[in-house]
Design a protein around this ligand. Structure first.
Ligand code: ADP
Length: 485
């Protein structure tokens, strides 16, 4: 991998704690593997609670001067960080593809997407406005100021090794917090590369640390039990989110949770079918189906069901599966063997219940964790694909008759992250977008993620919002000041 990089120093293999590149106290390491080939890329330090505590303490010391800077001063440093990410996008994308598997073009897209949050929040750093409120008594003057919450800590998954961290660290640093990131053990290299560039951009030592560790629950405990940490921000499964919320309860820590989804993607009779197929391709097969906003259940109205299934299958057959670093590849491997087993289990369960394969359905001939992009029809609500996130390249097509029926089915889940539908009738569009119990709705589009909009879920999909002007709020506390004159 190093030989593919124009700047080999971006491939950092030590942890970044308190402004220093360190090994674990006990010298322990863990391996980072390339999921396309199964080979070991490198090892990184396997830190524990002691090193994590040092990162937290350093963040606490460093954040005071950082917060004392003007918003404009912090903005200049963050802007520099953004510029460096964009300048080095190709190298960052190669590192990302190597450790995670998504195709190079998609990885590069993720780098620019992640960087866009750094740009956005560098701008927002100057706009942390408070409020004045007319007093409730003649001698009272009321002001509200917003202050950084303190040290924030993040735990993130492997599916977006750069962007999941960027969405959190950028608003935190913009408002003057210190930040400790623990990237997923599968994908620490993208996080470390971000730290290399943060250092170059002039982010002061200690303000941002990256704790590499294979022992997620130890690090999670340190984040929850260390009283210096005032804010925990997590992206991952609802299951782990629940554990962290319970742990964070002891010290009443503020939490942001971006958890699982079970996105419905609805195609009504009046939809532009080609556009719906295009949207479904992006929403379902981007990142090989491994995103929390991926279409998980595709509902197609009876009148267009067969036509949609046919068109979707033809589009899916044009995908090219392979090593993401090779030209023309659109679909990489799944992250690991467990992910493949889950996909196989969901397909087997659907077939046992009477579903049929339209295309795909099996492990790919390339072997390893490659899987054929799959379309299933005749899928019904009692099957696992209806209630669980598949997190793989399987499009299950459910048939429905009426608007009321599909809204009820779409909402029949504990999750409420992303949802999508395709229709033309303006009355229907208005009714359906209001009725879907989701934090985000894509209407006639399969791609909704952007730094300018608030990303987040309702129900058991999460707490808080990332991106947009609202994204800073998760890292701020309000202080009400009552002055008697
Ligand atoms: P995913 O299926 O995307 O890996 P998880 O919720 O299992 O979703 O993992 C998300 C992140 O949370 C990963 O970085 C993982 O290592 C971490 N994690 C898993 N279990 C725990 C835990 N008990 N405490 C803290 N972090 C955890």
């Amino acid at each position: 991998l190093r030989s593919l990089l124009s700047d080999p120093t971006l491939l950092a293999t030590k942890a970044y704690v308190a402004g220093e590149w360190i090994d674990a106290d006990d010298g322990a390491t863990f391996e980072v593997r390339n999921p396309a080939r199964g080979d070991v890329i490198c090892t990184v330090p396997d830190l524990g609670r002691a090193e994590t505590a040092r990162a937290i303490e350093a963040a606490d010391r460093a954040r005071r001067d950082w917060a004392a800077m003007t918003g404009k001063e912090r903005a200049a440093i963050l802007r520099k960080w953004y510029d460096l990410m964009v300048e080095n996008a190709d190298d960052l994308a190669r590192i990302l593809t190597a450790e995670m598997g998504k195709p190079f073009a998609e990885a590069r897209g993720e780098i620019l997407y992640g960087a866009s949050f750094v740009e956005w929040f560098s701008e927002e750093a100057k706009r942390i406005y408070g409020e004045t409120i007319p007093g409730h008594q003649r001698d009272k003057r009321i002001t509200v100021i917003k202050q950084p919450i303190g040290v924030a800590a993040s735990i993130t998954p492997w599916n977006f090794p750069n962007a999941m961290i960027a969405r959190k660290v950028a608003p935190a640093l913009a408002v003057g917090c210190g930040f400790v990131a623990r990237p997923a053990a599968e994908t620490p290299l993208s996080a470390l590369a971000m730290a290399v560039l943060a250092e170059r951009a002039g982010v002061p030592a200690g303000v941002f640390s990256v704790v590499t560790s294979s022992r997620a629950s130890d690090i999670g405990k340190e984040f929850c039990e260390n009283p210096i940490v005032r804010k925990l921000t997590f992206t991952g499964s609802t299951e782990v989110g629940r554990i962290l919320l319970r742990q964070a309860a002891d010290q009443i820590k503020k939490c942001s949770m971006e958890l699982g989804g079970n996105a419905p993607f609805i195609v009504f009779d009046d939809a532009d079918l080609d556009a719906a197929v295009e949207g479904a391709m992006i929403s379902k097969y981007r990142n090989n189906g491994q995103t929390c906003v991926c279409a998980n259940r595709i509902y197609v109205q009876a009148g267009v069901y067969d036509a949609f299934a046919e068109k979707l299958a033809r589009a899916v057959e044009r995908l090219k599966v392979g090593d993401g670093l090779e030209d023309g590849v659109t679909t990489g491997p799944l992250i690991n063997e467990d992910a493949v087993k889950k996909v196989e289990e969901h397909i087997a369960d659907a077939l046992a219940g009477g579903a049929e394969i339209v295309t795909g359905g099996k492990r790919h001939e390339l072997g390893g964790t490659f899987f054929q992009p799959t379309v299933l029809k005749g899928v019904t609500h009692d099957m696992k694909v209806a209630s669980e996130e598949t997190f793989g390249p399987v499009a299950p097509l459910f048939r429905f008759e009426t608007e009321e029926e599909v809204i009820a089915k779409a909402n029949d889940t504990i999750f409420g992250l992303a949802s999508y539908f395709y229709a033309r009738d303006i009355g229907r569009i208005t009714r359906v977008q209001e009725a879907l119990e989701y934090g985000m709705v894509g209407v006639n589009t399969g791609l909704i993620s952007t730094e300018v909009a608030p990303f987040g879920g309702v129900k058991q999909s999460g707490l808080g919002r990332e991106g947009s002007r609202h994204g800073v709020e998760d890292y701020l506390e309000m202080k009400y000041i009552c002055l008697s004159v």
